[in-house]
Design a protein around this ligand. Structure first.
Ligand code: 5GP
Length: 176
């Protein structure tokens, strides 16, 4: 099976949106310092572009997590593949995610980080696919709400490919 990528959100639209989101965050965090928690790997492009536009002092840490469905637990299980390097207690944290789909990953990540006593914790996502939501969760900062399509580009992959595309595209799967 092969695939074709159809451009859905242009690089210009993404850049403009990130600039808007950063302006809102700068306003909300005036006089504070922000600790960005970048969820690897999909959020890296977004997190860098966002961080470049923040005018308040910023520190950045990275973590890699996945959630797995488990019929015995309503929200599934969080697997931490790479944890943060530094503690977050007392810090104003913003979790930076590429996309919220069922909501499981972000919800479990939030729960785990809140247990580490940050001064505050907000969620920021470039994309939101509300059609598939299973866990009630809403990010404080959302870039684009998109339909229920599988997308790649701007950090998001399909089979580890396409992360380097400067735009976000819908992946169409083609039978051989
Ligand atoms: P959730 O736990 O909200 O269902 O899933 C979040 C994760 O699923 C995202 O961080 C991302 O890795 C993956 N994901 C969900 N939808 C898409 C999509 O359309 N494209 C890509 N590349 N990954 C997706």
């Amino acid at each position: 099976m092969g695939e074709i990528i159809h451009e859905m959100i242009t690089e210009k639209q993404i850049t403009e949106k990130i600039t808007e989101m950063a302006a809102q965050i700068n306003k909300d965090y005036e006089g504070k310092e922000i600790h960005l928690i970048c969820i690897l790997k999909g959020s890296v492009f977004f997190c860098c572009e966002l961080a470049k536009r923040l005018s308040v002092p910023v520190t950045i840490d990275f973590m890699a997590v996945s959630s797995y469905g488990d019929s015995t637990e309503s929200q599934g299980r969080l697997v931490v593949k790479k944890d943060l390097d530094e503690p977050v207690d007392g810090l104003h944290c913003i979790v930076v995610e590429d996309i919220v789909d069922t909501g499981s990953t972000l919800s479990l990540t939030k729960k785990m980080l809140l247990a580490r006593n940050p001064a505050s914790l907000k969620l920021c996502t470039l994309l939101d696919k509300p059609a598939r939501r299973e866990t009630e969760i809403e990010a404080e900062y959302t870039g684009f709400v998109i339909p229920d399509k599988f997308v790649a580009g701007y950090g998001l992959d399909y089979a580890q490919k396409y992360r380097n595309l400067p735009y976000i595209g819908e992946v169409e799967f083609i039978e051989d």
